[in-house]
Design a protein around this ligand. Structure first.
Ligand code: DC
Length: 226
């Protein structure tokens, strides 16, 4: 089988990884793999069962009851299937964001999802975003990018995004949630969020979306023919 190309984009919550990865994947004809959605599905499952994301005993006891599938529709949009049910829309709440951050700290959860992620990258050209793609999941990724921005800028972007959609948004609350998730994701023992040694770090605090896309394309073009 021909070797596949993988582009790993890691970084904290709200850095713009998914927007950029989705756009680039479409242009390149690659699969976009949103690994955060997989952890969100796990969090959603335990939430339905009434098990706290911190309860390792409960998680260990019931984890075998969970089956996760990833499907793509004609538009290339990733759908998360939990025990046969499409939960793609259900996993996008603030509550599940926090629970995904907590549940993802357990080694038993991370181990369960590792093969699934590696398998995708072995079969297809992918742009995969997450927290540990360049460090743990795909240490030999063709290109590694660490995308970041200050917590304040990320909170402002998120607030604007929600307001633009006509939803309620409180900047201070969003900032607090981002800081809490940053702390949890960087301080856990297993596969914490950090830049791989061979990743190119891009701080987008002072950049608009088009400049970020242009910068990423330039980084990718050093390794992959665009
Ligand atoms: O990317 P996201 O915000 O949808 O991710 C939700 C949570 O899942 C995030 O706070 C930490 C966890 N996560 C992870 O631990 N490893 C990944 N590769 C992706 C997400």
């Amino acid at each position: 089988m021909a070797k596949t190309i993988s582009i790993a984009i890691d970084g904290p919550a709200g850095a713009g990884k998914s927007t950029i990865a989705r756009r680039l994947a479409k242009e390149l004809g690659y699969y976009y793999v949103d690994t955060g959605a997989i952890y969100r599905t796990v969090a959603y499952f335990f939430d339905l069962w009434g098990i706290s994301p911190k309860d390792l005993d409960g998680i260990t006891r019931y984890i075998d009851e969970l089956t996760i599938g990833i499907e793509y529709d004609e538009e290339g949009v990733q759908h998360m299937i939990m025990n046969g049910m499409d939960v793609t829309a259900d996993i996008r709440t603030q509550d599940i964001s926090q629970k995904a951050s907590l549940v993802s700290a357990h080694a038993i959860v991370r181990d369960l999802l590792l093969d699934m992620q590696r398998d995708m990258a072995a079969k297809h050209n992918v742009i995969m975003d997450g927290r540990d793609i360049g460090t743990v999941v795909l240490p030999k990724a063709t290109v590694k990018i660490f995308l970041t921005a200050s917590p304040e800028v990320r909170a402002h972007r998120r607030t604007k995004e929600l307001l633009d959609k006509g939803q309620k948004a409180d900047y201070q609350r969003i900032l607090k949630e981002i800081q809490q998730r940053d702390y949890q994701d960087t301080h856990r023992q297993v596969a914490p969020l950090k830049a791989a040694r061979d990743a190119v770090t891009l701080d987008t605090s002072e950049m608009d979306l088009d400049s970020v896309i242009a910068a990423i394309k330039e980084i990718v073009s050093r390794k992959v023919a665009l």
